[in-house]
Design a protein around this ligand. Structure first.
Ligand code: ZN
Ligand code: ZN
Length: 284
């Protein structure tokens, strides 16, 4: 089965991407969680435009994708998994879990290092929170995380199918856990034992820094609980909380040209400045 999956990689990816995007969009329209002020056409055009740009840049920057590199590592016997003799299913499960832990740690790093935060804050600066937010990342952040993933694939030598499963899973869960859908509290409580839910990840998009720097997980919710970064609910409630960061809150700030240049603008974090240094008009 893994052979068929790998042979049809681009089609498999595209089917999952469009399928989950379409399903979440319909779900958002029929049972929305919050009202989003900025018209959908502005955010969707620019957020999805960024996805197209990111995809093109990665294609032209890296000669081989992470899955291709895993196949090469397998042929050459590189990496941890190619040195031990674990059954296939165990190697796949372990590799997916380890890659997920790595993504969690990388996310913590992107919040902690000011230069990296400048790139990652573009994701947080979305004043809406919906399925397209989960796809909106600065191209430089995508390139850096791809490099980290390549290094990890070389060190671990995971089964190629595990890398593909992980990438499809991450893409799908990112769209799910950013979606503006209403899930009954009871369902959310059970679901978030196994996967990061929209209510859990929305806390991470709060303007309140104590909440921004929490709930870093994308797939598995366990790392936050194990490593002490878990916050169950936003202080202001899901309807009352403010989404985004203090800077870049205007409608114009949601356009692609502004998004691309955003890492160069203003201080890394407004909350790091004392009040008198704070620019008077961050909303203009
Ligand atoms: Zn973040
Ligand atoms: Zn997010």
């Amino acid at each position: 089965m893994s052979g068929t999956l790998l042979a049809n990689e681009p089609v498999v990816r595209m089917v999952f991407f469009l399928g989950v995007l379409g399903a979440m969009a319909i779900w958002e329209l029929s049972a929305p969680r919050r009202r989003i002020e900025i018209p959908r056409v502005v955010r969707w055009t620019n957020n999805l435009g960024m996805v197209v740009l990111d995809t093109l840049i990665v294609r032209f920057t890296y000669p081989v994708a992470a899955v291709g590199l895993a196949l090469l590592a397998d042929q050459k016997g590189w990496g941890l998994f190619n040195m031990i003799d674990a059954p296939d299913w165990l190697a796949i499960v372990l590799a997916v879990v380890l890659l997920d832990l790595a993504i969690y740690l990388q996310h913590v790093l992107f919040h902690a290092v000011p230069a990296l935060w400048r790139l990652h804050r573009m994701h947080h600066a979305d004043v809406g929170f919906d399925v397209t937010t989960g796809l909106r990342f600065h191209p430089l952040e995508i390139l850096i995380s791809m490099a980290i993933k390549m290094g990890l694939v070389l060190a671990l030598g995971p089964p190629a199918v595990a890398v593909l499963v992980f990438e499809i899973l991450l893409n799908a869960t990112a769209m799910f856990n950013h979606s503006n859908i209403h899930l009954p509290a009871k369902v959310d409580r059970v679901l978030r034992l196994f996967v990061v839910t929209p209510d859990m990840h929305r806390v991470h998009h709060s303007v309140d820094r104590r909440e921004t720097d929490s709930n870093y997980g994308f797939n598995l919710p366990w790392w936050d609980r194990l490593l002490g970064t878990y916050v169950a609910q936003p202080r202001q409630g899901h309807e009352g909380m403010t989404i985004g960061i203090e800077q870049f809150r205007s409608r114009r700030d949601q356009w692609m040209d502004r998004l691309l240049l955003q890492p160069l603008r203003g201080p890394a974090r407004v909350s790091d400045l004392c009040d008198k240094e704070r620019p008077d008009n961050q909303t203009g």
